[in-house]
Design a protein around this ligand. Structure first.
Ligand code: SF4
Ligand code: SF4
Length: 348
C-alpha cells in the first residue's frame, strides 16, 4: 500500500507510531477500587483507601484521550478495578472513548442494560464479565451476557477459582462453550480457612483447574488459561526453587507498548510492587506532556515478574505476542498500523 493511500485510511499519522508488536499501546486502567459488591474473597476493594481516586469529567477525558490518539493512534484500554461502571458518568465517557480507541471492561455486569445500550454503540468494545455468586443469580447474569455478546459486544465470562465455588465450574463452562463463548478461570489469590492461595490448592483442585484450563475446543483460550495458571499457581509453588521468573536488567516493552494507570491517575510501566512503583513511575495521565517510552527499557524489578504477558525482548515472543490480541476498531484498524510500521522500518 502506498503512503498516501494509507494516510487516507488511517486519517492521520501518529506523532510517535508504535512499530513493534502488538503495534498498539495497551493500557490497563484500575479506574477505582470501589465496588457495589462486597465479595468475601475480594482483595481489591480493600485497596480503595490506599489511593486518592481522581475523578475527571468527560470533557477532560476527551482532551486526554484525543492527545493520546494524536501521539500513538488507536490504543486499547482495558478497564478493571473495582467495578468500573460505577465511576461517575462512566457510560458517557465510554461512548466517547470508543470513537478513537478500543476498550475491554472487566465488570460484574450490574449496570443498567437500557442505559448502556443508549450510551454505548457496538464496535471496538469487548466485555469481560465476572460472575460473583454471592451477589448475583447465574441465570440472570447469563441472559444479560448472552444479549450483549450476540448484539455487538463480544463477551466472555470469568469466574474466581475460590475453593468452595470450584464445583460449579463444569456447569457454567459448558453453558458458555455450548454457545462458543469463552469461559475463563481466575486462580484465587488470598486466604481461605487460614490457608494461603493459590499455593494451597490441593492436588484434586489443581487437577480440576489444569483440566479446565486445557479442555476447551478453542486453542487460543487454552493457551491463555494455561499460561495464566502456570504463571500464578506454579510460580507460587516454585518460589523456593531456583527457576525464578526474575527479569531484572532484561529489556521489556512494558512502558512502551503497555502501561498501567492507577486510580490516582499515576502511570507505571507495569504492576510490579506496591502500586506498580517498582517497575517505574511514568507521570500522570492528565499531564499534557505525558509520554510513553519510545524504546524498550531494562526491567528494574528484582523479583519474579508478576505479568504472565510480560513483553520481554528476545525472550518468549512467540508466547506473549499472541496474548495481546484485542478487538479491532471499526475505523482505526490494526492492519493499517502494521502496514505503516513496515513502511517506517523499511525507511530505517
Ligand atoms: S465484584 Fe469484583 S471487585 Fe467487586 S467485590 Fe466482587 S470481586 Fe471485588
Ligand atoms: S516486572 Fe516483568 S512486566 Fe514489569 S518491567 Fe519487568 S519484565 Fe517487564
Amino acid at each position: 500500500m502506498q503512503l498516501e493511500e494509507l494516510k487516507q485510511k488511517m486519517k492521520v499519522f501518529p506523532k510517535y507510531p508504535r512499530i513493534n508488536p502488538p503495534y498498539k499501546v495497551h493500557w490497563n486502567w484500575d479506574i477505582s477500587f470501589k465496588c457495589n459488591y462486597k465479595c468475601s474473597y475480594c482483595e481489591v476493594v480493600r485497596r480503595d483507601e490506599e489511593f486518592n481516586t481522581q475523578i475527571a469529567d468527560t470533557e477532560q477525558w476527551k482532551e486526554v484521550w484525543d492527545r493520546i490518539f494524536d501521539n500513538y493512534w488507536c490504543t486499547h484500554v482495558r478497564f478493571s478495578g473495582g467495578e468500573p461502571t460505577i465511576y461517575p458518568n462512566f457510560l458517557k465517557f465510554l461512548g466517547m472513548l470508543l470513537e478513537k480507541h478500543t476498550v475491554d471492561i472487566t465488570t460484574n455486569l450490574s449496570f443498567d442494560l437500557n442505559d448502556f445500550l443508549d450510551k454505548v454503540k457496538p464496535g471496538g468494545l469487548s466485555i469481560s464479565a465476572s460472575f460473583h455468586p454471592e451477589f448475583d443469580d447465574f441465570n440472570k447474569f447469563f441472559e444479560k451476557l448472552k444479549y450483549l455478546h450476540f448484539n455487538g459486544f463480544p463477551s466472555t465470562m470469568s469466574y474466581v477459582g475460590y475453593p468452595p465455588h470450584l464445583d460449579k465450574i463444569p456447569e457454567y463452562k459448558k453453558k458458555l462453550e455450548d454457545l462458543q463463548m469463552y469461559f475463563k478461570i481466575i486462580p484465587f489469590i488470598g486466604n481461605y480457612k487460614d490457608k494461603k492461595y493459590p499455593e494451597s490448592y490441593d492436588s484434586r483442585e489443581k487437577r480440576l483447574l489444569e483440566g479446565f484450563a486445557t479442555d476447551s475446543k478453542d486453542q487460543h483460550l487454552n493457551d491463555m488459561n494455561s499460561r495464566w495458571l502456570e504463571w500464578r499457581v506454579e510460580k507460587e509453588e516454585n518460589k523456593e526453587k531456583k527457576e525464578s521468573k526474575i527479569k531484572l536488567g532484561k529489556l521489556c516493552r512494558m512502558g512502551q507498548m503497555y502501561a498501567k494507570i492507577h486510580p490516582d491517575l499515576t502511570v507505571t510501566r507495569c504492576c510490579a510492587g506496591y502500586h506498580g512503583v517498582d517497575s517505574g513511575k511514568m507521570g500522570s495521565i492528565l499531564d499534557k506532556n505525558f509520554k510513553l517510552h519510545d524504546e524498550p527499557l531494562d526491567c528494574s524489578v528484582n523479583y519474579d515478574c508478576p505479568c504472565f504477558k510480560g513483553m520481554f525482548v528476545g525472550d518468549e515472543e512467540e508466547k506473549w505476542e499472541p496474548l495481546w490480541e484485542a478487538l479491532d476498531h471499526p475505523i482505526y484498524k490494526l492492519e493499517y498500523m502494521r502496514e505503516y510500521a513496515k513502511i517506517l522500518k523499511g525507511k530505517k
